[in-house]
Design a protein around this ligand. Structure first.
Ligand SMILES: Nc1ncnc2c1ncn2[C@@H]1O[C@H](COP(=O)(O)OP(=O)(O)O)[C@@H](O)[C@H]1O
Ligand SMILES: CC(=O)N[C@@H](CCC(=O)OP(=O)(O)O)C(=O)O
Length: 288
């Protein structure tokens, strides 16, 4: 009995691999930008699973570009330093002291943790922030948010150099201001702007919910720009989901072929989305 069950498992595994062929062919040479949110990095196992998926993508000829968040890790450090922090529409109000902590945590602790996790799985990850090689120049979003930036100029040349050499860029969402300022950029916003600059085939926004939910709490497997606007207006899309859906709309308008908002805590979330017919999360694509 036990033998027969094991056989069945192996057959299912082989069948999944075989079914992946058309997807592997479709995504060979494609650019996929993955936003890894702070809430998706729940523990070492989630980090290692994510790293493994990214290395597998690279191995089969996809060009993965990782943009990360780290909101909960910034909160921890601010708490340790006794600095108060608040959010307005999913964006952290960032004063001069806060932006120093944000940069240290994102470009230092979080970025290097992801780089190391990918490299331990056999990949070649290179960590950078928007300041490196003029990758992301920003203007202030709104005076009331302090040092929060909106990307205005993205120079993706360094990303192309790295991906052509089969390296995996891992980007902290810190932007350079025109007058030497450091700007805190929401991770989703940064990922969307970078994906648009690369005319990416897919932007995957990994988070801690299964997707965008409607009023009744059901996950919408596909969501149109009109639905997003309506659900935001009536408050169904709120908090941290606002920058995600705003990003999805801007990315689609900016030339990204499709955006998926999905649960990064689910094992192999990225592989499931790209290489199987199950898909995952909420898909937003250019209206046809
Ligand atoms: N309509 C909605 N559907 C799904 N999640 C929503 C919705 N509105 C608000 N949210 C909230 O948005 C959160 C995701 O944003 P956030 O916490 O910033 O994630 P991350 O750290 O992964 O970027 C969810 O955990 C959920 O609480
Ligand atoms: C302006 C702004 O809000 N920046 C975010 C940057 C980190 C981030 O986006 O992290 P998650 O993806 O984990 O939420 C912050 O300070 O928390």
């Amino acid at each position: 009995m036990r033998h027969r069950d094991m056989n069945r498992d192996w057959i299912a595994t082989a069948s999944t691999l075989s079914q992946a062929l058309p997807y592997l062919q479709r995504y060979e040479g494609a650019t996929v930008v993955i936003k890894f949110g702070g809430h998706a990095m729940i523990d070492d196992a989630a980090m290692d699973g994510f790293a493994r998926d990214i290395v597998l993508m690279r191995q089969v000829g996809v060009n993965p570009v990782v943009v990360h968040g780290g909101g909960p890790m910034i909160n921890d450090m601010l708490k340790r330093l006794d600095i108060k922090s608040e959010f307005v529409n999913g964006k952290r109000v960032t004063d001069a002291a806060t932006v120093e902590v944000v940069e240290a945590v994102l470009s230092g602790l979080v970025n290097k943790r992801i780089v190391q996790a990918i490299n331990r799985q056999g990949g070649r990850a290179v960590g950078l922030s928007g300041k490196d090689s003029n990758l992301m120049t920003c203007d202030q979003t709104n005076a009331s948010l302090g040092f929060v930036g909106t990307p205005t100029d993205i120079d993706p040349a360094i990303l192309r150099t790295l991906t052509q050499a089969e390296n995996i860029p891992v980007i902290a969402p810190i932007g350079a201001g025109r007058n030497g300022e450091t700007f805190n950029v929401n991770g989703d916003t940064a990922a969307g702007a970078i994906a648009a600059s690369l005319a990416a085939d897919r932007l995957l926004l990994l988070t801690d919910v299964e997707g965008v939910k409607d009023k009744a709490g059901n996950v919408l497997t596909e969501i149109t720009p009109t639905q997003i606007r309506e659900l935001t207006k009536d408050g169904t899309i709120a908090g941290g989901m606002i920058p995600k859906t705003e990003t999805a709309l801007a990315a689609i308008e900016g030339g990204v072929r499709a955006v998926v908002i999905l649960d990064g805590r689910a094992p192999n979330a990225c592989l499931l989305e790209l290489f199987t017919d199950h898909g995952a999360g909420s898909l937003i694509r250019t209206p046809r």
